[in-house]
Design a protein around this ligand. Structure first.
Ligand code: NAD
Ligand code: AOT
Length: 313
């Protein structure tokens, strides 16, 4: 399949490498010049489950896509949420009438942006349990396993998603069709809405936070706001499943020793965070539906204060 990865940070690099290794024709579009230069000069590099790999894949800056001749069958969006609209604007010449567009960003409400650029029948909305990190320009660190849930937002349904699911599975990306993607997105958002902001503000990895005497009441308060906002929209969530997923983040043998991506963005790299599209999105939806969300509001404000103190960009 002819595939463009639009946003080639940590996650975009993972998907690019795995889809390239599975013999797809992959093209990269990004906005970070140093990263683009490194990939052009030396290829996209990764420590992939302990093995050093390099892939020669063409890459373009998002301001130069008018020079690109490529009939993409699939575009996979992997910017940070703040960069999503700019990337969609830039990608207009490369998104044809038949191009499917897959969005796996963390957070809530991205379909409201994407539908202004792509017909609903071509939008595949999802979320992923894969993880990835960037060691620096041109070099990713990839380990562990993951999965993808996705749904077609138009009337074509599963049939419109099947070729994409098949290609993702040939690349061992472990994709499944969901008839209820908003439930899956809210479930993952409960993990990000607790782990990401709290570990960032508390300067803790997930296991250290989870083992504090107050982790449970704080997590319960935040999760109950996500549930109330989901319920107001008739999105069904199961508390036992959500709490099991959060508790699995505390496991020191698996992912507990890791800092969430928000910590890496803000504390390590002094970059702005996605808090407005995770806890902040719950605050906005709460206002719309008359649901109080004081914990999400406070955590969003704390993270913004930290962004200002650090001078994040
Ligand atoms: P990322 O920050 O690594 O990359 C996103 C964009 O930012 C890319 O265009 C990249 O080139 C650019 N960028 C990265 N580092 C930069 C730097 N130092 N200076 C300038 N530009 C830089 O983002 P990601 O981790 O790949 O996440 C993409 C989306 O996937 C987000 O919505 C995220 O929440 C979600 N997600 C991430 C993970 C993960 O483990 N990283 C897991 C699941 C979902
Ligand atoms: C994560 N982490 O999504 C991924 O750090 O933003 C993040 C993130 C999969 C399972 C648990 C946590």
């Amino acid at each position: 399949m002819k595939i463009i990865i639009a946003g080639v940070g940590a996650m975009g690099s993972r998907f690019a490498l795995m889809l390239h290794q599975a013999n797809n024709e992959v093209l990269l579009v990004d906005g970070w010049q140093a990263h683009i230069d490194a990939i052009r000069e030396e290829g996209l590099k990764a420590n992939f489950n302990g093995e050093e790999v390099v892939a020669k894949i063409p890459i373009y800056h998002q301001t130069e896509v008018d020079k690109v001749d490529f009939s993409a069958e699939l575009v996979i969006l992997f910017t940070k949420v703040m960069q999503l609209e700019g990337m969609l604007q830039a990608m207009k010449p490369l998104i044809g009438k038949e191009t499917k567009v897959l969005c796996l960003l963390n957070g809530i409400g991205h379909e409201d942006i994407i539908r202004n650029y792509v017909p609903l029948d071509n939008i595949l909305l999802g979320n992923t349990m894969w993880t990835a990190g960037l060691e620096g320009p041109g070099k990713a660190k990839l380990f562990g396993n993951g999965s993808i849930d996705l749904q077609n937002l138009g009337t074509v349904g599963e049939q419109g998603a099947k070729p994409v699911i098949d290609v993702l599975n040939e690349a061992k990306l472990n994709a499944h069709y969901s008839e209820n993607i908003l439930s899956s997105i809210y479930k993952k958002a409960c993990v990000n809405g607790t782990m990401n902001g709290l570990c960032t503000i508390l300067d803790a990895n997930m296991a250290d936070f989870g083992e504090t005497s107050v982790s449970e009441p704080i997590v319960n308060a935040i999760v109950s706001e996500f549930f109330a906002v989901a319920e107001a929209q008739n999105i069904t969530l199961h508390l036992d499943e959500v709490m099991a997923q959060i508790h699995s983040c505390y496991n020191r043998e698996t992912i507990g020793l890791h800092h969430p991506s928000m910590y890496q963005d803000l504390i390590i790299n002094h970059r702005l965070t996605e808090i407005d599209y995770i806890n902040g999105a719950i605050v906005r939806k709460g206002q719309e539906f008359g649901v109080p969300t004081p914990y999400c509001s406070f955590l969003t404000e704390l993270v913004h204060a930290k962004e200002e103190i650090i001078g994040a960009k």
